[in-house]
Ligand binder design. Structure first.
Ligand SMILES: [Fe+2]
Ligand SMILES: [Fe+2]
Ligand SMILES: [Fe+2]
Length: 324
């Protein structure tokens, strides 16, 4: 790819991460009030501070990349930013959902910076590469903090309920997990349209088969603990209301974006299952906890495999642009 095209692509990636940060800012401003727990609220407040700096650093890089502000705006409009597609109406109804979605979002950011850093290296832009590394580390640390807060998130979500309600809550969490698996199936069924890089295409295909298995096991388990069809329907609507729908309509159109989305989505699943497992343990349902553990292992493995292919994803995306 000619250098000029490469630096134009880099500007596009910068625009994408900038819109992700703007979206993150509006989430981080609201999140502490929704957290339902002082430690969770504190994690969000701290990350709001980091996110403000991140947005600033990316904006400076964008300005340095192009002296004309109008042109930057232009690119912003065209790129349609990854972030704007996702979580545009980010209003989870419990502390647990807030934490699971934020956990997923941090991984989307992490993916975006892994990809940006690689695009910068290929364009020979060390300044962008180094900022991408720094911010990526901050996103990774925030994701780790959220991971350590799953217990508190479950406590905060269950706090106001009677102990009697625990088995009903477990059915709700199972139904939510089921709704997420249905979305995962939809996403992975569409993924094969993007056939590059082949190693990722194979991975999506393999994980689709696993995902169908997850959907079945969760649905069977829900039956066994007395779940109903209306519970499944409600869960589907709750998830739909979180606006993943916008993402499914505006499909990621490049190997890099698809990999980033898939990586974030695996972490939405991981966040949901980590909490479902805790609810099952509190309800003394060891069978559900056992099933969740084995599904979790596959979700984590899928996420790790995607993360092992950022180089292939960015090369396939850049090759696509060069060929267009
Ligand atoms: Fe960020
Ligand atoms: Fe972040
Ligand atoms: Fe998955």
């Amino acid at each position: 790819m000619p250098d000029r095209d490469l630096s134009e692509q880099l500007t596009k990636y910068l625009t994408d991460v900038h819109s992700i940060e703007e979206q993150a800012l509006s989430q981080m401003r609201r999140a502490p009030d929704l957290a339902g727990d002082p430690e969770i609220a504190e994690a969000f407040s701290q990350h709001l501070y980091e996110t403000e700096r991140q947005e600033e650093r990316i904006r400076e890089l964008l300005e340095a990349a192009d002296a004309e502000p109008s042109k930057i705006k232009d690119v912003a409009g065209r790129a349609g930013g990854i972030g704007m597609l996702l979580f545009a109406k980010f209003q989870p109804d419990t502390p647990g959902k807030l934490v699971a979605h934020a956990y997923s979002y941090e991984h989307m950011e992490l993916a975006a910076y892994e990809l940006l850093g690689r695009a910068a290296e290929r364009a020979g832009d060390q300044r962008v590469a180094s900022v991408a590394r720094d911010i990526g580390d901050e996103e990774r640390r925030m994701a780790g903090r959220l991971e350590s807060l799953f217990d508190r998130a479950v406590d905060a979500s269950l706090r106001d309920l009677d102990p009697d309600d625990l088995s009903e809550q477990l059915r709700k969490y199972l139904a939510d997990a089921h709704a997420i698996e249905m979305q995962a199936i939809q996403m992975l069924e569409r993924a094969p349209k993007i056939t590059e890089p082949p190693e990722l295409a194979r991975l999506y295909e393999g994980h689709l088969a696993e995902t169908r298995g997850h959907e079945q096991r969760i649905s069977d388990r829900l039956d066994a603990v007395g779940g109903s069809t209306s519970l499944l329907k409600d869960a589907g609507m709750r998830l739909g209301a979180l606006n993943w729908g916008a993402f499914f309509q505006a499909q990621p159109d490049t190997p890099a974006k698809l990999a980033g989305f898939a990586y974030a989505f695996e972490h939405l699943e991981i966040g949901a299952y980590e909490q479902l497992k805790r609810v099952a343990q509190r309800a003394d349902d060891s069978e559900t906890a056992r099933i969740v553990d084995s599904i979790l292992a596959e979700e984590r493995a899928a996420a790790q495999k995607i993360a092992a292919h950022w180089d292939a994803a960015i090369d396939a995306s850049l090759a696509q642009v060069a060929a267009a």
